[in-house]
Ligand binder design. Structure first.
Ligand SMILES: O=C(O)CCC(=O)C(=O)O
Ligand SMILES: [Fe+2]
Length: 214
């Protein structure tokens, strides 16, 4: 098999700071596979509507500023920001990707959260993925498709009022077909967000593969 025909190519770059442990591979997915995945996820996936597309912040309900869907092994639900998300059965294209990623990482991921950002007005606010039901050892594997958007990480100390922390923020432009692995203990100490980018007119789809404890 030539390099071009391989499903994934790992060319990991380590990104480290105090309590931050990331791996990034910019051209992780084969280009043809990345293009096809983007097309399929854009046309075949039904995103949540109704209660599953809203979140409660300080007692008020808001539409989430992006579209979401979740898939996973049978019987799994995943709770985050006041939502309990039932995992729907894996679509064929995501099952294949899940299997390739699990093989590559040597870990069995059983759940994926899909976030679709229609354009630069859609975003994700600052948060940590530190839910108890996540298997920390597995980390979180984040695959990006479509428009390049900045992923911004901030240490919890620097968020505090009057902070004198010297720890710099880390910004990674996540490109089409890339893979970012958030390893332990990143999600204890660092918050991350996907800020608005007014100039961005194109769709981006992000997949976060997780291992939910049964
Ligand atoms: O879209 C992204 O890159 C961020 C996704 C994310 O943080 C999450 O799904 O928890
Ligand atoms: Fe996250």
């Amino acid at each position: 098999m030539t390099e071009e025909e391989k499903y994934v190519t790992t060319n990991w770059k380590e990104i480290k700071s105090t309590g931050l442990n990331l791996l990034y591979s910019g051209k992780f997915l084969n280009k043809k596979i990345a293009d096809e995945l983007l097309f399929r996820l854009d046309s075949e996936i039904e995103y949540f509507t109704g209660d599953l597309s809203r979140v409660k912040v300080f007692g008020k309900w808001h539409n989430i500023p992006r579209q979401q869907a979740a898939f996973g092994d049978e019987g799994l639900t995943y709770k985050f920001s006041g939502l309990s998300v039932p995992a729907l059965p894996w679509p064929e294209c995501l099952l294949k990707l899940r299997n390739e990623i699990s093989k590559c990482m040597g870990t069995d991921y059983n759940f994926v959260l899909v976030n679709r950002y229609r354009n630069g007005n859609d975003y994700m606010g600052e948060h940590r993925d530190d839910e108890k039901e996540l298997d920390e050892e597995a980390g979180i594997v984040s695959i990006s498709l479509g428009a390049t958007r900045d992923f911004v990480l901030r240490h919890s100390e620097t968020r505090k009022k009057g902070s004198t922390s010297k720890i710099s923020n880390v910004t990674i432009p996540l490109e089409h077909g890339s893979c970012l692995v958030m390893k332990k203990p990143t999600n204890h100490h660092w918050y991350h967000s996907l800020p608005r980018r007014k100039g961005c007119l194109h769709v981006r789809i992000n997949l976060t593969f997780r291992k939910v404890k049964r």
